[in-house]
Design a protein around this ligand. Structure first.
Ligand SMILES: Nc1ncnc2c1ncn2[C@@H]1O[C@H](COP(=O)(O)OP(=O)(O)OP(=O)(O)O)[C@@H](O)[C@H]1O
Length: 279
């Protein structure tokens, strides 16, 4: 086993060759299983032998210095790296037992199950209503207008935006504030009833109040969805994440319960990073 494999400091060390997991008892709520994942951009290896189990209905934060592979890893979970021609991937990413990279995996269906929210809010140039209704219609999740209306309302309510927009659903999504636009993007992601929501620095373009609103929202959304978020903000990881994985130079150095990792990191590199000594 890679000597720098992720470490779970309050758990039994796994047998040689076995991946690190949170604990045996929790394996029933496994959502995503990653084994020996390697990724290259052309000749440059960006992910190096990653092994990690991600658990259902939790928030997992991916932290680490710039360029350590957090976003690249996130994009492995919904095959968005396939859109980059120079990318080559090896290893297993399994979601609820299904091999995400299997040739017969339907990428459109996969991206319905794995929603994504980006750093910069990116609503479609359409009405607030259409931003939410479009994908469910494309995926045939609704047939009647009344059903569609209900779905739009539910998604906007779940994203904590309904009360602010219910009287202006036909206005452009882009007319909303940055924080509202990000919640609209979250409503759009949850409208297709995914299992997993990937968030790539979802609050880094937002003011502190909008950031706090999104953090509260993540706490509610994890009752229904598995959330994996990239963040540069240590306090945010400590506030929102049940589990945290620390990445460094394309490897997972440590992965653990967030409270444990932040109070007693097992690795010197983790300690240096979370205490702000580098990165
Ligand atoms: N499209 C791409 N083509 C080539 N190399 C890339 C591409 N995207 C990322 N990389 C490289 O892969 C490595 C990991 O980048 P990635 O963006 O995943 O890191 P990150 O930890 O998310 O960084 P940041 O915190 O700055 O967003 C870096 O060396 C980066 O330069």
């Amino acid at each position: 086993m890679n000597s720098r494999a992720p470490v779970m400091n309050d758990q039994h060390a796994p047998a040689v060759g076995q991946p690190y997991t949170r604990n045996d008892q929790a394996c029933h709520d496994l959502s995503i299983r990653v084994r020996d994942l390697n990724l290259w951009y052309g000749k440059n290896q960006a992910l190096n032998n990653l092994n990690i189990d991600l658990f259902q209905k939790n928030v997992t934060a991916l932290i680490g210095p710039s360029g350590c592979g957090k976003s690249t890893f996130l994009r492995c979970l919904n095959r968005m790296n396939d859109l980059i021609p120079s990318v080559r991937t090896e290893g297993l990413v399994e979601m609820d037992g299904l091999d995400v990279n299997a040739p017969k995996m339907d990428e459109v269906a996969l991206r319905r199950r794995v929603g994504m929210v980006f750093q910069k809010p990116n609503p479609f140039p359409k009405s607030i209503y259409e931003n939410v209704a479009y994908a469910p219609r494309m995926h045939d999740l609704v047939s009647r207008k009344a059903e569609q209306d209900e779905l739009v309302e539910n998604a906007l309510r779940s994203a904590g935006l309904w009360n602010e927009v219910k009287d202006k659903l036909q206005e452009p999504g882009t007319s909303l504030s940055g924080g509202q636009q990000q919640r609209l993007c979250i409503a759009r992601a949850i409208a297709v009833q995914p299992d997993v929501i990937l968030m790539d620095e979802p609050t880094s373009a937002l003011d502190p109040i909008s950031t706090a609103t999104i953090e509260d929202l993540m706490d509610k959304l994890k009752e229904q969805f598995t959330i994996i978020t990239v963040t540069h903000n240590m306090q945010q990881a400590a506030r929102v994440a049940d589990y945290t994985a620390f990445f460094h130079l394309g490897e997972i150095i440590e992965y653990n319960d967030t409270k444990v990792m932040f109070s007693t990191p097992a690795q010197k590199k983790t300690e240096d990073y979370i205490s702000g000594r580098y990165g």
